[in-house]
Design a protein around this ligand. Structure first.
Ligand SMILES: NC(=O)c1ccc[n+]([C@@H]2O[C@H](COP(=O)([O-])OP(=O)(O)OC[C@H]3O[C@@H](n4cnc5c(N)ncnc54)[C@H](O)[C@@H]3O)[C@@H](O)[C@H]2O)c1
Ligand SMILES: [Zn+2]
Length: 364
């Protein structure tokens, strides 16, 4: 049995570290391309391009169009090649970083993840989640290389809308349940092997960190404050969750998320918000006891994460719609088959319906 643990080469986090980018990228190349959407360029362009130019690098930026799609990857790859970029910096949310990773795969060179929201665990992984131009999940693209650097400025993270921070907590909480299911089933991890003890333990540390610091960290971010709890949760959402899912394994929660993306009504909910419905569904699917599930749902409510289908845009889903979600969640390539028992679409549909019902009862 081969176990595999993989990670980015460097992780740097702290208040104001964006200004130090050149110190951490000097060895990676001389020409850098910053990829970020309009909102994020407004926040980081001056600091990042300015700091790199000051350090003698040739740096420029390119506006990201918002979707991690084949078309966008081709466009960014072409521009990176034209400009001779040796370093591609993806800044913003998961989609910008996933696109930057895919473009680097095409052009070679180095890749830097610079999350400006702690909304997902995308910054650390060696994969991209790919979508159609219309935002439906299509497939995972896997790479040999990880990001060379993950740079997280907690001042920027805390100043961003708290909704993203909450969403990242949901993505991080799921990591533990999914890594533990994969560990029990001796399933394959995303990294391509069996789970290491490191992957499993980091996933657990992610969960305990979020349960211990999540509520006050959200309180802090609501007022744009950086506290030790914000540092702890940012690290959990980004590094611990990233290493935990990639080297610990994914299971039902993310498959339910992927299934939910099939319904357009869910597209306004964030990745993490849909994942939270996936986590509660996974707990139901696994037959956890009432007290355990209710404790999780209550914690979700404490930090204002979705616990019902209405919360992720599904007002009154039909049985057919939920069957579509469940069928997609049970696709043969889905990680739901890392659960330590056989999973079928009717089981998943009924777990989602029950998760919703529990959420509705506890919100009365
Ligand atoms: N590759 C992986 O390992 C992995 C892991 C988890 C999630 N994902 C993917 O990541 C994507 C979800 O990422 P997301 O939730 O970050 O959404 P996203 O990438 O769509 O970004 C959300 C929005 O946040 C805005 N934004 C970014 N920084 C901001 C700031 N500081 N202030 C204000 N607004 C800011 C952006 O303009 C963008 O509109 C999904 O495609 C998901 O599948 C990938
Ligand atoms: Zn995720």
């Amino acid at each position: 049995m081969t176990t595999v643990f993989k990670s980015p080469a460097a992780y740097v986090q702290g208040r104001g570290v964006a200004t130090e980018i050149a110190d951490h990228t000097e060895h990676l190349g001389d020409t850098a391309l910053l990829l970020a959407d309009e909102v994020v360029l407004d926040i980081v362009e001056e600091t990042i391009v300015g700091s790199l130019q000051e350090a003698g690098l040739n740096a420029s930026s390119l506006e990201f169009h918002g979707e991690a799609s084949q078309q966008e990857v081709d466009r960014v790859g072409d521009v990176a090649a034209e400009r001779g970029a040796e370093i591609i910096i993806g800044a913003g949310g998961g989609k910008a970083m996933d696109t930057a990773k895919a473009a680097r795969e095409a052009t070679g060179g180095s890749m830097v993840s610079m999350p400006t929201i702690a909304s997902t665990d995308a910054p650390t992984s060696a994969l991209s989640v790919m979508y159609s131009e219309h935002g439906e999940f299509e497939e995972y693209w896997f790479y040999e290389q990880h990001p060379d650097l993950v740079l997280v400025d907690t001042e920027i993270i805390a100043a961003a809308p708290a909704r993203f921070f909450r969403s990242g907590i949901a993505d991080g909480l799921a990591t533990w349940f999914e890594a533990d299911a994969t560990n029990q089933s001796h399933g394959d991890t995303i990294g391509g092997g069996k789970p290491t003890r490191a992957g499993h333990q980091l996933a657990q540390l992610c969960y305990t960190t979020l349960r211990q610091h999540g509520v006050s960290a959200v309180d802090a971010v609501e007022t744009d404050a950086v506290t030790e709890s914000v540092e702890a949760v940012t690290e959990a959402n980004t590094l611990l969750s990233g290493l935990g899912f990639e080297s610990g394994g994914l299971a039902a929660a993310h498959s339910v998320h992927n299934g939910l993306t099939q319904l357009e009504a869910t597209h306004d909910a964030t990745h993490g918000e849909k994942v939270n419905i996936g986590t509660i569904s996974q707990l139901v699917l696994e037959g956890r006891d009432d007290e355990y599930i209710e404790d999780y749902v209550q914690f979700s409510r404490d930090i204002e994460l979705p616990t019902t289908l209405v919360d992720v845009g599904l007002e009154d889903p039909t049985r057919d719609q939920l069957d579509t979600v469940a069928e997609a969640a049970c696709d043969e390539n889905e990680t739901i088959h890392n659960e330590p028992f056989d999973v079928t679409p009717p089981m998943v549909r009924d777990a989602i319906r029950t998760a919703d019902s529990i959420g509705r009862r506890l919100s009365r």
